[in-house]
Each structure stands twice: as C-alpha cells, then as structure tokens.
Design a protein around this ligand. Structure first.
Ligand code: ASP
Ligand code: MG
Length: 412
C-alpha cells in the first residue's frame, strides 16, 4: 500500500474550519488506498505569539525554555486534527516529537534531526490509523525538547518521509506550487510542474520562501520526492525531485530576486598578499556571511578596490568592522549602498548551454539597467543592480528566457 506523508502549514490549519477541511482531505487520501502520516505546524501566528510573550518578559529568553514554550503551538494543532479525524470516524493518534521519537542534537532553536524511530508509526499504520505528528520539534539525548528553526515542520515531514521510505512527501501550503518567478511581481509567472532539488535550493536561498531550505537538503540526501501544493484546491502543484534528463533541456527554470543585501566597497587597499585575508577575517569572526566579492585593480598602481555584499541586518556591524580594519591595513575610503538588489536566473540546463550569461546581460542592458556585480555558479547567474530596477529586471529576464511558455515536457 502506498505511504504518503502530508504536511500542513500554519495557514492550512489556521482555524477550526480549516482543520476540519484538512481532516477531510486526509480521509480522502486514506480512502484512495494510501497509508497516511500527517505532520502539522502550529496554527498561523501562534508561534510568533509565543515568541512575543517570552520577549515581553526578557529580550533574551533562556533557549531551552523558549523551545519548551514555542513547541506548544504544534501540540494544539495535532490534537485538534486528531479530534477532527476521530469525530469523522477515522481512527487517528497524535504524537509529540519526543513520543515518536524524533531525536535531535541539542542546538536549541535550530536543532538538527539525528534519527527517527519509526516502529511506533508503523504499528499504528498497520492498525489502520492515521498518525498525526507535531512538526518543528524533537528531543535531544538528555530528553530536552528542541525545535528545528522557523519553518521547521517542512523538515520534520521530509525526515519522516525519509525514515518511513514514503512514496511522496506532500507539503500543503497557501501557494499552489513553485513559480518561475514571484507572481506578485510578474503576472506572467508560471507554475512549474517539476523542479530539481538543486534548482529548488537555489530558488529557496535566493528568496523563494516556500520550503525550509533544510528540508530540501534532506529530501535531496534521501531522495524523497516533495509535492508542494495548495491545501485550498485539488490542483497538482510542483514536484521537487531528482534531476531528470529532460530538465536539462530547459535552460532557465526561474528568475529570483533578493533585496536583503547591502554592498560595501573598500577603495584603494594595498595590492599585496594577505590583504583580503585581513579584510574578511574579522567579518567572518563576527559570523557575518559575505555573499558576492569583487576585487579589481585600482586606478592607482599597486592598489586594489574590493566590493562585497552582506545580509542587510548585518550591514551596520560589517561596515563598522571594515572601517576599523582599513585603519590597520590601509585604504582610502569605504563606500556603501543599501539600495541594491540581486537578481538571479537559475536552471540546471545552464550546464550544457553556453551564452546564457551574455543573454542575461543583454536583457538587462536593453532596459538600461546597470550591472554592479556578477557571480556565477554551475546552475545560477546573479547580478547586483540598483534596487529600484528589481521588478523591471525580473520581468525583462522572464521575457528574455520565455519562462511564460510551457516547456515541451509540460505540454505533453
Ligand atoms: N510553527 C513553526 C513556525 O512558525 C514551524 C512551522 O510552521 O513550520 O516556524
Ligand atoms: Mg512554512
């Protein structure tokens, strides 16, 4: 009998009527001849509310106790869903993370799953029950409750699907799939029927916030197909799976953007060995992740200009560190710009097609958009531009690579 893991996010269980709708869908899935394990998030807004309560007491709540607190949202939703299922005549049983159990390390607030005991789940399934599991939480070796980081129920679901060797992990959310770009920016955005894990990882880290990144890494590692779909309709969504040969034929799968970075430019630092190391070491030590870096030789011989980007929340600190550092290593001035955006094109097909970068640059040039920085990887090309052109750039790239047109495989 096929085994399906279904995960319902906060909005899908946002009120009691929606919980009843979820129960009906679960029952339908079961009646179609599947074994079903359900993972649920807290009802929409609940986790935020719990965090705010702790922060009203102190801005720095104890991490262990904070996890005890914020894991309670899911206890409410699993119980309500199991009550709904049973009231509709479907045998079900709810479990918290430690009951299953979902073992994690002890990194409170960002714990990693280290193992899942699947016996109990299998026993219930054998009895014909639906198993309802709390997302987002686990238990460490000492028996402390842990949580997996915001959005962590996705990872719970994928990890359970991997442990049970489920046929598919369905992630029900308030969007109906993964789009070629943000539909709020471009109405021509098209829902993708399939996308590879690697593309999804790039799209997620670039700002498409549909799935927790870690869940996609997990799915890739254990080869669990994920089906991202809406809990408000019956349309198929987007399958995130291993790369298939036909995916290579599509050169660009998506256009993404990120307005959450800022740029720092250090002008005229001495062009000698060790300078980059001295510049970036204190930034790394402050746990600031640098994204793009460009070094060019300065107009003055023997000097170089270095530009790089950091996440906006880390920008003030990074700027302060750099200003301190150049006092020591030498440097003329430090410039900065918070009004930048990163636009990227993503696609596994880039590996086997040339000229993609130049097509991207031409498309931006045609709109008069200046490119400030460029970075490339095997399956992604990113450009830093003035943030006021973000929407224009996204639309121009979407048009240039004809992402509104269904691919050959989708037409079939
Ligand atoms: N309830 C948790 C959160 O709000 C986990 C999740 O929704 O996936 O982050
Ligand atoms: Mg989520």
């Amino acid at each position: 009998m096929p085994l399906i893991v279904q995960k319902y996010g906060g909005t899908s269980v946002g009120d009691l009527q929606r919980i009843k709708n979820v129960a009906q869908r679960v029952i339908r899935t079961k009646k179609e001849g599947n074994q079903v394990v359900v993972v649920v998030s807290a009802m929409a807004g609940e986790t935020d509310k719990l965090i705010r309560m702790a922060q009203e007491i102190t801005p720095t709540p104890d991490e262990r106790e904070l996890d005890v607190l914020i894991s309670t949202g899911e206890q409410v939703s699993i119980a309500l869903l199991a009550i709904a299922l049973k009231s509709m005549g479907c045998d079900a049983k709810s479990y918290l993370g430690f009951q299953i159990k979902i073992a994690t390390d002890s990194a409170f607030g960002k714990a990693r799953i280290t193992g899942i005991e699947s016996e109990k789940i299998f026993e219930d399934l054998k009895e014909g029950r639906v198993v309802v599991v709390a997302g987002f939480q686990g238990v460490d070796e000492e028996g402390n409750i842990t949580t997996l980081g915001r959005g962590g129920s996705d990872t719970t679901a994928v990890a359970i699907a991997a442990a049970l060797k489920a046929d598919v992990c369905e992630i029900y959310t308030d969007v109906d799939g993964i789009y070629t770009t943000d539909p709020n920016i471009y109405s021509k955005a098209r829902k993708l029927s399939k996308i590879s894990y690697d593309e999804m990882l790039e799209m997620a880290s670039l700002g498409a916030k549909v799935l927790q990144i870690r869940s996609v890494e997990f799915a890739k590692k254990y080869n669990v197909p994920i089906h991202v779909r809406s809990s408000f309709n019956d349309q198929p969504g987007t399958i995130v799976c291993e790369e298939e040969e036909e995916m290579e034929r599509v050169v660009v799968s998506g256009v993404t953007y990120n307005k959450n970075e800022a740029k720092i430019e250090v002008m005229r630092v001495p062009d000698v060995p060790g300078v980059a190391a001295k510049l970036f070491k204190p930034i790394a030590e402050a746990n600031i992740v640098v994204d793009m870096i460009i070094q060019t030789s300065s107009a003055d011989k023997g000097y170089a200009d270095v530009a790089f980007t950091v996440p906006k929340p880390d920008f003030p600190k990074a700027l302060q560190i750099v200003k301190e550092t150049i006092k020591e290593i030498g440097g003329k001035e430090v410039l900065s710009d918070e009004n930048i955006a990163k636009v990227s094109i993503v696609g596994v097909g880039m590996r086997s097609h040339s000229n993609i970068a130049s097509q991207m640059f031409s498309a931006l040039a045609k709109e008069g958009i200046n490119i400030q920085m460029i970075s490339t990887s095997e399956i992604k090309i990113s450009c830093i531009i003035d943030s006021k052109y973000t929407e224009l750039a996204v639309r121009a790239l979407h048009d240039a690579f004809e992402l509104d047109k269904p691919t050959v495989t989708e037409e079939r």
